[in-house]
Ligand binder design. Sequence first.
Ligand code: XBP
Ligand code: MG
Length: 252
Amino acid sequence: MSLEALVFDVDGTLADTEDAHRRAFNDAFDEQGLGWHWDEPEYARLLKTTGGKERIGAYIRSLDLDPESKRALSARIPAVHECKTGHYVRLIEQGRVPLREGIAQLLTEAQAAGLKLAIASTTTRDNIDALLFANLGRNAIRQFSVIGAGDEVGRKKPAPDIYQYVLRKLGLGAEVCAAVEDSAHGLAAAKAAGLFTVVTPNQWTCEEDFSAADWVQGSLGDFEQPLKELGHRFNESRTWGWQRRSTAVGDA
Ligand code: XBP
Ligand code: MG
């Protein structure tokens, strides 16, 4: 059973984007006259909630306000988040958020090897397109057979929905696909969907538990040929898994 597709998370995996997201949230809060400001420690706590709209909702629930004030603020979330996405896209379009080390090399190797590429992200499609265009050019989107983004599924990570959606669109089983993630939520989603899981932690997620991952690596830039390394570990994992199952059958 050989590897047929790589499915990439976006934020924190393709690029270290969360500083830009945090700045875009704060710019939107200023523009909307909300008087909020998320510093790094606050944002690190709020990142436990995936999805920008859900994150704003979690923040509102944490405020010491009466229920009516919270309801009024919650009604503004779609507009505030749309404003934030505009600020984020403009930040990304300035080209100052590069791909993480090793990602461009991995994408190039995967395409040369005939693997399918896909994206499974909690963020919005506009954000994904902006990041791919800024770093890989206008044709970048065409490199990906499937782009699964935020609201295309009912439940965000750690639910497996976005990975299951991408697998359906790819027409592939999880057993021939590897996910590349950066967070415990993303790992849980990919694991629950049955993919081989690679985790490349970053400053926001390095304290999280990745014990369930098939491979944890600080950076894919540590290897001249990251796909060769990933393929080797994938094959080992799938072979060992098959041996373990067949041994189990043998024991029956
Ligand atoms: C990470 C997220 C997103 C971003 C903010 O997504 O949880 O919510 O933090 O983007 P990924 P939005 O699955 O790519 O790691 O405001 O568009 O949600
Ligand atoms: Mg991520």
